[in-house]
Structures are given as structure tokens and as C-alpha cells.
Design a protein around this ligand. Sequence first.
Ligand SMILES: Nc1nc2c(ncn2[C@@H]2O[C@H](COP(=O)(O)OP(=O)(O)OP(=O)(O)O)[C@@H](O)[C@H]2O)c(=O)[nH]1
Length: 365
Amino acid sequence: MDRPTALQQPSEHPPGQQGRAANGQNRSQFVWRALMPRALGLPVGALCLSLPLWELQRPVWVWVLLALFVFVWPWIALALSLRYREPVRFERWHILFDSFAGTFWIAAAGFSPLASCVAFAMLQANNVAAGGTRFVALGWLAQLVGVGAGVAVFGFSFHAAISLQHLMFCLPMMVLHPLVIGSTLYDLAQSVARSRRKLRTLSQTDSLTGVFNRRYWSELAQQEFLRCRRGGGPSCLALIDVDNFKAVNDSQGHLAGDELLVRLGTALCADLRETDLVGRYGGDEFCVLLPMTAEHGGGTALEWLRERVARDENGNVGLSIGLASWRPDMNELEDWIRCADQALYQAKSRGRNQVVVHRHEQAGA
Ligand SMILES: Nc1nc2c(ncn2[C@@H]2O[C@H](COP(=O)(O)OP(=O)(O)OP(=O)(O)O)[C@@H](O)[C@H]2O)c(=O)[nH]1
């Protein structure tokens, strides 16, 4: 299990502003990402339908309209999306318009079988990718209207010709479209995986110090407790409390107190072993689990840690540390933590800034 060592630095922006800035950035990223498939896909789609349109000898205005749709519509959609507060929602309307226009052009191309099938299949793929199967049904509605409009304008005709030429005109669409859809879905899956990883780290980490938070540390400690119970060897648990931390806050301010806690989190992660589990128990108290470590070794490691912190902080910071090794008579994790807490109490009452190892006799104290 990786231990988070990189500490989270305080951000320059308050959280609310961060959220707004990130939202704005995401929105404009989304809008520009939506432009590319449309700006590249429509010319390739138009190429597919252009041969039947040519063979049907459609008039010039049809070609002008097609050129406007292919080269101007993507930019109109972009300009509109940039104005929307919720471009994701409105992009669906744009995709429905693509559906409408797509079948309008299929009707204009006389339902030429190959071009129509390719264009129709791509429209379905777009709609599924944009909004799932429900959205496909909406897309059918738009496509029906598109066919109706196309038949109303051009009349119904069936241009049945299929040739190698038709295939060649459709080939770019047949190759490129699945590639674009596939890579978009891949990017999406990667981004979901990244978000999940980030979320998991956030849910396990103390936001100030970067060490494990108490909830996650307790989960890990519980696993270690169970492992010990199965006879897996010695283990130590320690609670570490900063001496007179309130005085640091009171005399130097809360920010200085926070910075001290961050430095302590760093020192704990740096000084202890990779396999040791460092958490923030709450306030100015840290918790540490030293798996596969006997009482004597754990005591020595924590004594070194205490001395090093005192040295680094020029003698201004003392740590009181209560250490308890696992014993077979402990019924649950809480018993183990209670023993460490009793030792910590002893460290405080004996004058602070020291490591106290829990002795069995202390249990009743
Ligand atoms: N700066 C800062 N202070 C905190 C944080 N969490 C808790 N505190 C403060 O830490 C102080 C903890 O004080 P205590 O543990 O009660 O007492 P202490 O001054 O450390 O004295 P002893 O533990 O008896 O040595 C309280 O004043 C809390 O307000 C935090 O995240 N940042």
C-alpha cells in the first residue's frame, strides 16, 4: 500500500473560487472537444453522400446548403456552446440537430443504400455515445423529422446504385468514425479511472498533512490487528501528541500551527519505514503502526524520531509518544489503541517530550 508522502500545499484560491475556475475550464475544454469530431466528421460524412447527390444531379443551392452545413454549422454550434452555462446539456441539442440534418441529407441523396447505411449507423453511434440508449430514441425522432423534411423538399426517390466508387467515397467515414468514437470513449474511461484514483486518495488522506486520515488508518490498523491475531508476528502501535501545541497556535497563529503539523507529517513519513502506517488521529495527535516491529525496535525508532523533530525545530517542539506492542490478550483494535493512549498519558504526566512504552500493569491505571 502506498503511503501518501506528497503534502498538499494550501491553495492560492478559496475553495468556492477554485470550484468556479475549474468549472469554467472544464466547460470550455468540453466545448472545444465537441468541435473537433463535428468539424472533421461532417466533411467526411458529406463526402460519403456527395456521390449519390452528384449522380442525382442536385442543383447548386443544394451544394451550397451542404457546404454551409458542413463548414459553418460546427462553428455556429461552438459559438452557441460558448454562450451556454451548461454546454453539456445543450450539446445534446446540437447532436439532435446533427441527427435531423443527417437524415435530411440521406433523403436528399435518394436513400442511396451504401451511403445511407453508413451515415445512419454513424448517427446512431454518435447518439449512443452522447446520451446512451434513451438518447438514441430521441435521435430517431429527430431523424424521422429530418427524413420528412428531406422528402418534403426533394420528393421521395430511391437511388439504388452501389458501386466500387460508392464504397471508396464511404471508406473514409467507415474508417475514421469508429476511430474517433473509440478514442473518445477510451479518453473518457481514462479520465473516469483518474477521477476514481483521485477520489480514493482524497478519501484516505488527511487534507492538511498528507498522511492517512483516521478512518482509513483505522481500517489498516484493523487489518494489522487481525494479522497479529493469526500469529503473524510482533507489531507496535503508537500515539504521538505535540506538547503544548495550543501555545503555538496562541502565540504564533493557527497558520503557524498548521505548518508545524505539516512538517511533523513529513518527518513521520520520512523517518519511519515505508511499511509503517502514519495517520492523523485528530488535532495535534498522530497515530503510527509499525508492522513486524518488536517493542524494543519500535521504541528506539520513535525515540530517534522524537530527537530528530526536537533538533529540527531547534528544541521548540516536544513530542509525547505512547507505544504499545500487540499482545494476544487484546480482544479488539480498541484495546491496542487504549494501551497506547495510556502510555501517552503517562508520557504527558511524567513531564512530556518522551516515549513511554505501555506495560501490562498500566492497564488498570
Ligand atoms: N493549527 C491547528 N490547530 C489545531 C488543529 N486541530 C486542533 N488544533 C488545536 O490543537 C490544540 C490541541 O491542544 P491540546 O492537545 O488540547 O493541548 P496541548 O496544548 O497540545 O497540550 P498537551 O497536549 O497537554 O501538551 C487545540 O488548541 C486545538 O484547537 C489544526 O488542524 N490546526
